[in-house]
Design a protein around this ligand. Structure first.
Ligand code: BES
Ligand code: ZN
Length: 876
């Protein structure tokens, strides 16, 4: 067998470019299979080395002509490079090449999404359009002429301002000019027929910005909410960070074929239609909430990413984590702070901690990368955002705002590094971040142990903290991190008390392996640690069940409240996995039940329903998994199911009461309605759970059928569909039939059907997925369909994926194999959970290893999959 030779790039090998491009003039003559691309770019030599030849990147291009200053040039084409030697210090380079958008299933570069042409260039897609210095530190001004296809076309869009349009020999054309220099990854082109939602936004200095949202024909109504979100984002960035939009137009296009969520191309954001198209009939409240956050995210990149960009891809977190932090603050201010925070924390604890414990563990600023597409990770995005949040905690809102403005002004129009950002934070934040920088260089999750006792003689509470981080495959030794631990104190009546040591701030700093803190307090005061999850760590504190109940009832911090309930759930699951293994009797979650009963008995019109729902939620199998080093999936799932059953049965009356009492006021999305529906649907789920446990399936079925029939929105319909499917109720086929009739022609709505079937917590899910891959509405080339079906099995159904038969692994890998040559980036993403085989028993481990070895033997194995599988098989 031929040995694969892919080489990783190292961060420290960065070299500034030998040449830069000041201006580029692009002409596209669009055609489904033979699009002609003509480029004239002005190159300038940057190095002293006059002999250095110009080396450009290019992939899948058919090269037609190369001219330097109008004269045919000598060049070599090899290994996805175009090398032109002996070029002058400054010159115009003319390149003509052809590309095939229809054959492009990778969805990087120029491709066709249904009928429309569109592009995705981040991180390295521009090289699939033409030969170029496709790196983020080459910033040029773009002028783009688009000539529509011969069969005609609705709109022709690119970045910046429209400066000319008309017809050439019956073909429409448009010319766009972007006044802001930008790296190639921010280039975009869209051409197709759309409906347009139009609006305007008046900026704080009084300029009118023309807003246009391009959606599928006939779907303009489903774009209204996204348009509101654009205006809200623009307003929020002015109010919170004093950032005003910098062009006279802003365009968003929704497309159906897209590898990711959305993309921040300068003034022409391209979105996966999932994050634009919503109405109450076809999209859940969660979908609405996500639209707001993703619209915000891409818009906020206009400053953090576009105006100030990246030196190279190792610095990805510079733009992504800062922008995630910004979109989280936007959702906090404009939707709901507690919900936003709790979601973010859940991503860290269920996905990011898993990544830290996996063979692909990497620091927020990685040291080596083979395929950049593999590094759009929860570590770089979400852990990175927690790191930014820690800086915010340490220096406070005012200094953070000053430092951010300073950074954006100082580096406007430049390609910079995380280090440059940190220096600004240090300067304006008046803080030394030397040790703090370890968050960017060390992978892994710190474990923090807490202990405390009361020193009566001196009336002090003595707190001891210690930290330890396990080795990761890339690093064996870990130095202590610098982290803020937010802390509060509750007395025995549940009142918050503040020791004099904490009069000016609400956190302590942990920066050594072991540290001791003393607080002047009276006896019997409980320290509440890690309020608001102030650092992305695993805290191990000796709270008793009574302590947890106390914090759940009295802490004012939403995270602490919810986490206390979560900790009781975890304690129960851990304890009963042991009982299951030892053949001992399963216990009752008495304290949890009494705390929940207490909580439910006080629900009235003033109750924060979102918080109530989050507190009552039973942790998913995935987040419970992250509390174990070694995973025993069947026992874990059984113990969790037992917990749900016991709570549901004990509180059935309370849930019935809640179900009839809490209702949304209309089908429309609002944060209030979302809270009401979430409580109502959770109550339904618990009642159904109780009835099924008591073998009263027909009652459960009637209830679910009624819920479905009476619903006027997708959130409620999906709850009924999911419960009917997961509990295999008699009403299932009626609901399935109706759902198919109503929604099988609306792909986004119908993805809910795929997901509901793929997340049944048993072997059944594997059969469901196999059957639904043949469904007429399924399309194995569309990333959204793949993610909703096979992706849901892989990423949201650990029980079925890890079924002891091995069929889950085989199904996933056969899809990965198929996708390897169609869309490697989607393939590599859904493969992720199979890399962590060493956390499972030897039987599962050897089945997974075998599947991974089979992938390794593929003759056309992609770099994306090679990098991950190689990392996994190399371990131990
Ligand atoms: N810049 C990314 C888009 C992207 C992702 C490009 C992966 C290349 C590879 C964009 O700003 C982004 O981060 N999108 C997220 C959604 C966001 C709300 C976190 C995405 O696409 O998942
Ligand atoms: Zn982003």
């Amino acid at each position: 067998m031929e040995k694969k030779t892919f080489k990783a790039k190292k961060r420290t090998d960065y070299k500034s470019p030998d040449f830069t491009v000041t201006n580029i003039d692009l002409t596209f003559e669009l055609d489904d299979t033979k699009t002609k691309v003509t480029t004239v770019a002005h190159y300038v030599r940057l190095t002293q080395d006059k002999k250095a030849s110009l080396v450009l990147d290019g992939e899948e291009l058919v090269l037609k002509s190369v001219k330097v200053d109008g004269v045919g040039a000598k060049y070599k084409e090899h290994d996805n490079k175009l090398e032109i030697s002996s070029v002058p210090d400054e010159f115009d380079l003319y390149i003509e090449n052809e590309i095939n958008p229809t054959a492009n299933t990778s969805l990087m570069g120029l491709y066709k999404s249904d009928g429309a042409f569109c592009t995705q260039c981040e991180p390295e897609g521009f090289r699939r359009i033409t030969y170029f210095l496709d790196r983020s530190d080459v910033l040029a001004k773009y002028r783009v002429k688009i000539v529509g296809p011969e069969y005609g076309c609705g709109v022709l869009l690119s970045n910046g301002n429209l400066i000319e349009q008309g017809k050439i020999k019956n073909r429409p054309f448009a010319v766009w000019e972007d006044p802001f220099p930008k790296p190639s990854y921010l280039f975009a082109l869209v051409a197709g027929t759309f409906d347009i939602v139009e609006d305007t936004f008046k900026t704080k200095s009084g300029r009118n910005v023309d807003l246009k949202l391009y959606v599928d024909r006939g779907a303009a109504l489903r774009g209204q909410f996204a348009m509101q979100c654009i205006k809200e984002s623009m307003k929020w960035d002015e109010d919170r960070f004093n950032l005003e939009y910098d062009l006279d137009n802003f365009k968003v296009v929704a497309v159906d074929f897209f590898n990711f969520g959305a993309m921040e191309n300068k003034s022409l954001n391209v979105f996966n239609s999932v994050y634009v198209m919503v109405d109450p009939d076809t999209a859940t409240d969660t979908a609405f909430y996500n639209v707001q956050s993703v619209i915000g995210h891409e818009y906020f990149h206009n400053y953090t990413g576009d105006r100030v960009t990246l030196r190279d891809w190792f610095e990805l977190s510079l733009k992504e984590s800062l922008t995630v932090f910004r979109d989280q603050e936007f959702s906090s201010d404009c939707a709901n702070r507690a919900l936003t925070r709790l979601h973010a924390i859940n991503v860290i604890r269920s996905s990011q901690f898993a990544e830290d414990a996996s063979p692909m563990a990497h620091p927020v600023r990685p040291e080596q990368v083979m395929e950049m597409n593999n590094f759009y990770t929860v570590t770089i995005y979400d852990k990175g955002a927690e790191v930014i949040r820690m800086i915010h905690t340490l220096i406070g809102e005012e200094k953070f705002k000053k430092a951010l403005s300073y950074y954006l002004e100082k580096y406007d129009g430049q390609a910079v590094t995380i280090e440059d950002f940190l220096v600004c934070m240090e300067e304006k934040g008046e803080i030394d971040l030397t040790q703090f920088r370890r968050w960017y260089t060390q992978a892994g999750t710190p474990n923090v142990d807490a202990k405390w006792h009361y020193d009566r003689e001196n009336s002090k509470l003595v707190l001891k903290l210690s930290q330890h981080t396990n080795p990761t495959p890339d690093q064996s030794e870990k130095q202590p991190f610098f982290m803020p631990i937010r802390i509060s104190f509750l007395d025995k009546d549940g009142h918050e008390v503040r020791p004099k040591e904490l009069s000016f701030k609400d956190y302590i700093v942990l920066n050594e392996s072991e540290q001791e803190y003393t607080f002047t307090l009276s006896e019997n005061v409980l320290p509440v640690l890690l309020c608001d999850f102030s650092a992305p760590i695993k805290l191990n504190a000796p709270y008793t069940t009574e302590n947890l109940q106390h914090m759940m009832s009295f802490s004012a911090d939403p995270f602490i409240k919810v986490d206390s309930a979560v900790n009781m759930q975890k304690q129960y699951v851990h304890e009963n996995i042991k009982n299951l293994k030892n053949g001992a009797a399963v216990t009752d979650p008495i304290e949890l039940i009494s705390s929940y009963r207490q909580l439910l008995s006080t629900v009235d019109e003033n109750t924060d329903l979102i918080l109530l729902n989050e507190t009552m939620k039973i942790q998913s199998v995935s987040s419970l998994m992250e509390t174990f080093d070694h995973i025993e999936i069947d026992q874990l799932s059984a113990a969790r199911t037992m917990l749900v059953n016991k709570i549901a049965c004990a509180l059935e009356k309370e849930f019935k009461n809640l179900y009839s009492k809490v209702r949304a006021s209309s089908a429309n999305y609002s944060v209030d309605n979302m809270g009401r529906r979430s409580v109502n649907n959770s109550a339904l789920h618990m009642i159904v759970t109780a009835l099924c446990f008591k073998n009263e399936h027909s009652k459960a079925s009637d209830l679910v059928m009624n819920h479905y029939k009476n619903s006027n929105n997708m959130t409620d319909k999906l709850q009924a569909l999911t419960d009917a499917t997961h509990f295999d109720l008699a009403c299932k086929s009626a609901i399935h039939d109706d759902f198919e009739k109503r929604y099988s022609n609306n792909a986004l709505a119908f993805d809910n059907f795929f997901r509901a079937n793929a997340t049944v917590e048993s072997y059944k899910a594997i059969d469901n997925v196999k059957a639904l891959m043949k469904h007429p509405s399924y399309d194995g080339n569309n990333p959204n369909r793949v993610r909703a079906l096979v992706g849901a099995l892989a990423l949201s159904n650990p029980v079925a994926l890890n079924d002891i038969s091995g069929d889950g692994y085989r199904l996933l890998c056969s899809e990965v194999k198929r996708l390897n040559s169609i869309n490697a980036s989607v393939a590599a993403r859904i493969l992720t959970p199979m890399l962590s085989f060493s956390r499972f028993d030897s039987q599962r481990e050897s089945m997974i290893r075998q599947e991974l070895k089979n992938l390794m033997a593929l003759p056309n194995l992609s770099k994306s999959i090679y990098e991950k599988v190689d990392a996994a098989l190399k371990e131990r």
